[in-house]
Design a protein around this ligand. Structure first.
Ligand code: GLU
Length: 469
């Protein structure tokens, strides 16, 4: 499927949803287009050779500022992909009420082929290219991690930015997903996976939705397959396991494994670290291809790697009743159609994996406020709770059990506040999308309902801002 256009697929989903809105066609067209596309080539000395590196930053919309979205390092990075991912960021932020516009960046390299020193040179040079064109800054455009990048790369970016913009008081907010020691926020690393869990848990708690799928309500006992064990896949699988689901299948580049009695996620990761492959994990069955995981027997399938993995060809073989899109764009429009016909519920990417950008928003707020979450209220809350509990014990003449006591007295740490903010965000977004879907039964699937929510929010922004004469 080399002629597949990811941006085209996003446009297709957008158009499908636009008919359920009442926006002027001009506004719809403005929402859909990528506002600014920056494609660059720059030289970096690798060993004793000069390599010309190809990279991108796309700002899909400017209805709010800053723009926001990750940076991907992969050989498959191309303009069409970056444009699609930037557009998804606009819709994602709108759905979870994060006041950013969408953007995305990418460098067309295989990061495994470079030493950390070479990657640092490439990342710093990319950052300075962005600075030169005013494509980065806490009020302009704020990158974050994505496929192939993480805290280390974000630390290089913030260091390059702050050294080239000395004295900029909010400079730390130029990028998110940083290490905690460099202005990051606790809870960002696992945020996308935790958001996927919170979103699906909310869907699984809806009796009417579960009845339609013929599944019992709740996470407990659900059979889950996760494709991809990177940051997002690993944490998603881990949270599901911790809450009583059975992780029956896992996959990575080298293949997939299945065990109907459940796999211990950390043990699989440990096995992969020592053996260099997740295959031959004790008690499990091997599958040769990573994509074999998509066709395994389960209740919930979570693609957590790259786009376009479920298409018209393999969609009919998918056995899951729920697809949770932890990756961006794992389904083609043909797969969507197949699942809608078969009554399989697709919980869409641009809302389900919004946990990353939601916590990025919290990190950005922390950077702008120059104070750690919880610093002002933790001790105050603990003192107050101690006092209230003491009064209750005195008045009732009974003592609260020590584990309960610990829970009640505990004042919020940064990670507690971040996680509860994320939980609230994901629950609210799930309900909002389901509400729109229920109100309009013509809407064919949850993705379309999510797009309707996003289009209405971005449309309102454009309409209220007016168009510059
Ligand atoms: N790369 C992540 C995404 O696709 C996170 C973006 C961010 O935190 O800005 O949503």
């Amino acid at each position: 499927m080399s002629d597949y256009s990811f941006f085209g697929a996003v446009e297709k989903s957008f158009d499908k949803a636009a008919q359920f809105t009442t926006w002027d066609p001009g506004i719809l067209e403005q929402i859909k287009q990528c506002n600014a596309v920056y494609r660059m080539h720059f030289p970096v000395k690798i060993g004793d050779k000069v390599e010309v590196i190809k990279a991108y930053r796309v700002q899909h919309s400017h209805h709010k500022l800053p723009c926001k979205g990750g940076i991907r390092f992969a050989l498959s990075v191309n303009l069409d992909e970056v444009m699609a991912l930037a557009a998804l960021m606009t819709y994602k932020c709108a759905i979870v009420n994060v006041p950013f516009a969408g953007a995305k960046g990418g460098i067309t390299i295989d990061p495994k082929k470079y030493t950390p020193y070479e990657l640092e040179k490439i990342t710093r040079r990319y950052t300075s290219e962005l600075i030169k064109k005013n494509f980065i800054g806490p009020g302009i455009d704020v990158p974050a991690p994505d496929y192939g990048t993480g805290e280390r790369e974000m630390a290089w970016i913030v260091d390059t930015y702050t050294s080239m913009r000395p004295g900029e008081i909010d400079g730390l907010g130029c990028v998110t997903g940083k290490p905690v020691t460099q202005g990051g926020v606790r809870g960002r690393r696992e945020a996308t996976g935790l958001g996927v869990f919170f979103g699906l848990r909310e869907v699984l708690s809806m009796k009417d939705v579960m009845d339609k799928l013929g599944l019992p309500v709740g996470v407990e006992g659900k059979r889950v397959v996760v494709q991809g064990l990177g940051n997002v896949g690993y944490h998603t699988a881990k949270f599901f396991q911790e809450h009583g689901a059975k992780i029956v299948g896992l996959s990575e580049y080298e293949g997939a494994i299945y065990n109907m009695d459940g796999l211990d996620v950390d043990k699989v990761v440990e096995h992969r670290k020592t053996k260099g492959s997740l295959l031959n994990f004790p008690g499990s069955t091997n599958f040769a291809k990573n994509t074999d995981a998509l066709e395994m027997e389960c209740d919930i399938l979570i693609p957590a790697a790259l786009e376009n993995v479920i298409n018209g060809q393999n969609a009919p073989n998918v056995k899951a009743k729920i697809i949770g899109e932890a990756a961006n764009g794992p389904l083609t429009p043909e797969a969507d159609e197949n699942f809608a016909k078969r009554g399989i519920l697709v919980v869409p990417d641009m809302y389900l994996n919004a946990g990353g950008v939601t916590v990025s928003y919290f990190e950005w707020l922390k950077n702008l406020s120059h104070v750690r979450y919880g610093r002002m209220e933790k001790r105050f809350t603990e003192n107050l709770n101690t006092h209230i509990l003491g009064q209750i014990e005195d008045l009732t003449g009974k003592k609260v059990e020590s584990k309960e006591k610990e829970l009640i007295l505990h004042g919020p740490e940064e990670v507690d506040l971040v996680r509860s903010g994320l939980e609230e965000t994901m629950i609210t977004a799930t309900r909002e999308i389901m509400e729109v879907w229920k109100k309009n039964p013509q809407i064919p699937d949850m993705r379309t309902a999510a797009y309707v929510v996003a289009i209405n929010k971005v449309g309102t922004s454009y309409a209220e801002l007016g168009i510059f004469p």
